[in-house]
Design a protein around this ligand. Sequence first.
Ligand code: SAM
Length: 212
Amino acid sequence: MYNEEKENLINELRNQGIKDEMVLDAIKNVPRELFVPEALRHQAYNNVALPIGKGQTISQPYTVAIMTEALKIRKGMKILEVGTGSGYQAALLSYLGAKVFTIERDFDLYSKARIRLEELHYDVICLFGDGTIGWSEFSPYDGIIVTAAAPSIPKAFKDQLAVGGRLVIPVGTRSTQVMHILTKLDYNKFSIEKISAFQFVPLVGLNGWKEE
Ligand code: SAM
C-alpha cells in the first residue's frame, strides 16, 4: 500500500539532499500512516508535519530524515529521544537497529505511543516525564535526539552523551530554530554543526521553555 506515494516521497527527500540509503529505506518501511490520526492517513506520505492531537505534531519526513541521518545510526547504538509524540521517530530508530529510549511529557500521547509501538513490535522503552533532564539511568547514550524546540542546550544532554556520541537538537526562539548537531569529542569538548531553519513545537520543562 501507498507504494507510489512512498516512491514520490523518497525522490523528494533525495532531491532535498538526504543521502543515507539506510535512512531512506527506513522511511519506506516504517508505516507512517499508522502513526497519524486515521482521518489524515491519506496524507501520511506527504512531506509535511501533521497534527497528532494535544496541539502536537508528527514532524515533517524531511526533518525526521535529516535528524536521523545526523545521528549516524549503527546497529546496537543506544539512543535517547526527547519528545515521543506519535512514536514514529522512535520506531524509525528502532528499525535501524538502535536500542531506543524515549520520553514524552504528555500522558495521553505517551500512553498511545507506547501501546502503538508495542502492537507494531518496535522494541522501544518509553518513559512519561520531563525529558529536559534526560534519563540518567541508562546513560551514557551514543546519540540524543530532541524533537521539540529548546531555548538553549540543557547541560543534562551533554552530560548524558557518550564520548563520540552525537546530540541533535533544534535551538532558537519559540517560532524558529536552527538545528544543532553536537559531537562529544572529549569530556566537556564538543564540535558543533548548524543547519537552519526549522519550526518545532516547544520543549517545555525544567530546562526548556516554561508553560505559557
Ligand atoms: N518525535 C515525534 C514523532 O515522531 O511523532 C514528534 C514530536 S513532537 C514534534 C514534540 C513532542 O515533544 C510533543 O509530543 C511534546 O509533547 C513533547 N515534549 C515537549 N516538551 C517535552 C519534554 N520536556 N519532555 C518530553 N517531551 C516533551
